[in-house]
Ligand binder design. Structure first.
Ligand SMILES: Nc1nc2c(c(=O)[nH]1)N[C@H]1C(S)=C(S)[C@@H](COP(=O)(O)O)O[C@H]1N2
Ligand SMILES: [Mo]
Length: 196
């Protein structure tokens, strides 16, 4: 098991320096969902990585046998709230992509319930993104995306698709749900890539 911390090093040690422009600290955990919360039993949950080359699929039990990481990260919502030092457990996207051979450079995250969001593969690789199933030592609440959600903390939190069911690898970038509705294609909070 590995332990990953982001945001505690270098110039960003001071809480003020860890807050991207236009963000305010919150201590609760707001719920932002575009629709109803799907109820997915772990027995029914599956995670798929699909590309033109084929498909890789994990059941919940298979997923739990992968290398599980403890992750401490800051999260930033485009609606201006941020939380610092949040604790998650999950499987790195690097682990999931390890034996997926692809030349695609983009991904569309697909959720149970129909939500989608696009993320370049570069932003999912290199220890920057996880499929997370625990938050602050507890199984992830359904309203926060349980049984499992995508966690891409260095981008605005709408990229962290709740109730994740898979990644579709794509040769070109395509807008997901919020991106089709005016949110930025990329969503870096340090560059305030909010809308376009
Ligand atoms: N499936 C799904 N994922 C989603 C959303 C959603 O509506 N559906 N909302 C996004 C938005 S806009 C935000 S800010 C975060 C909110 O996560 P939270 O409810 O755990 O705070 O989830 C993101 N992931
Ligand atoms: Mo959001």
């Amino acid at each position: 098991m590995s332990f990953i911390t982001r945001g505690f090093t270098g110039r960003r040690r001071d809480p003020d320096d860890r807050l991207p422009p236009g963000q305010t600290l919150v201590h609760d955990f707001p719920v932002l969902s575009a629709g109803p919360t799907p109820q997915i039993a772990t027995d029914d949950w599956e995670f798929t990585i699909r590309s033109a080359a084929g498909e890789r699929r994990w059941t919940w039990d298979e997923f739990q046998r992968l290398d599980i990481e403890d992750v401490v990260v800051d999260i930033h919502c485009v609606t201006h709230w941020s939380k610092l030092g949040t604790h998650w457990r999950g499987v790195s996207i690097d682990t999931l992509l390890a034996d997926v051979d692809t030349s695609d450079e983009y991904a569309m995250a697909h959720s149970y319930g129909g939500y989608t969001t696009n993320v370049p593969l570069e932003d999912l690789r290199g220890g920057k993104a996880w499929i997370a199933f625990e938050f602050e030592g507890e199984p992830l609440d359904p309203e926060h995306g349980g049984p499992a959600r995508l966690l891409v903390p260095h981008l605005y939190f709408w990229k962290s698709a709740k109730w994740i069911r898979g990644l579709e690898l794509l040769p070109a970038d395509e807008p997901g749900f919020w991106e089709q509705n005016g949110y930025h294609l990329h969503g870096d909070p340090w560059k305030e890539e909010r809308y376009w």
